[in-house]
Design a protein. Sequence first.
Length: 498
Amino acid sequence: MAQNNNNPATQDLNEIVRVRHEKLAALKESGNDPFLITRFDFNNDSANIKANFQELEGKTVKIAGRIIARRIMGKASFVGLSDSTGRIQLYVRRDDVGEEAYAAFKKWDIGDIVGVEGFVFKTQTEEISVHATAITLLSKSLLPLPEKFHGLKDNDLRYRQRYVDLIVNPEVKNNFVIRSKFIKFMRNYLDNMNYIEVETPVLNTIVGGAAARPFVTHHNTLNIPMYMRIATELPLKRLIVGGMDRVYEIGRIFRNEGMDPKHNPEFTTVELYQAYADFHDMMDIAEGIISGAAKEILGTYELEWLGEKIDLTPGWRRLTMVDAVKEYAGVDFGAITDDAQAVAAAQAIGVELAETADKTWGNALYACFDQRVEEKLIQPTFITMYPVEVSPLTKASPEDPRLTERFELFVCHSELANAYSELNDPIVQRERFMKQLELRDRGDDEAEMLDEDFLTAMEYGMPPTGGMGIGIDRAVMLLTGADTIREVICFPTMKPLD
């Protein structure tokens, strides 16, 4: 199909691109092909020059970066240069760089990448700058930056072209810097507790460890379907059985589910397992990692997220699900023992159970929490003691077999962590798996599969174990104040353009 070039904006863009290609062709023809340059030995950057101006004033520096603005004059020009640390002004004068070099420089474009040698000084307006004595074109930009560098504001385009987003909205980089620092903090925290970081398979013949729909692929040589992992739980527990008492993995997870501000089909978690520990130990670790990271990275426990002021000061609230439903929804499941009465109590406040769910006390309790309580949890809160129906891999409570020793951490009505006192009875685990198979037969394609090898591992003996998963993307959203997961993933999943 022929392209429609009647749009003036399209015609302007086509003309700009044509001219830039002609400039590149002329450079190559004259023996000045910038793409043949393999390196540039810079020794400074914009942030360091500004931070240490008194020490560097008058001294020669070498910097490299992208031209983001320029004011070309007859014999001298001012240029805005952006590098990985910020922006700085260049002063380029014909008498300093040479007549031939200055003539070539005037033909360069916004977006071009250059290397500069010069001395540090302040202009008459007190702006810290670099007075160029030599300037080299290192890479030619063949496409213009959007809106003549006034910014890229279309979020859909920002996420599709993150490279352009980072060029024109440099503050975006801060989210990814904080993400990197958070992961580093978390690694150090766990390493200092004598945890060992491991790697487990991304492709599996059986999907398990969570209630989620997997992505399915095919292994040609083996001629079998394979599933991209929805959790790292079961392989990590195998290592616990094998005697690796403290293990964790920071890894990519893939779930074939919907997309919204809190969900991306591929995301990153840390899962950790500790032998001879329980879910109370996991609460301490979750609180320590997230509050500690906030204090170290941001210098404060007090944040703003999703329009709420959040206080991460250690000492977070711990509340059972029964107590949470009683407090926020007005239904006391602690006083209810009959399944039918529990379902009726849920229906009385407008809560309905899923079609595939059994009409039990536990499912009614969870439905009430999910539909009436979760949205009201603003400050950091550990919700504990989940029904056994929704926790197939969790150890039952010794006090109430209807409940399990599980918690989820909520901040600003968002789940950040999920943890268990892990089920280590292989007989009960098999019964739980069989119950999951019944749900799959009823059409619940998020129910777990039967993993015979995992049951075999458990039959060798698994010690009492505490396990936890933390959503790294959600935690970074909290630390950066981002209102969508796409702001903290460099390349979020996007629907292809027509």
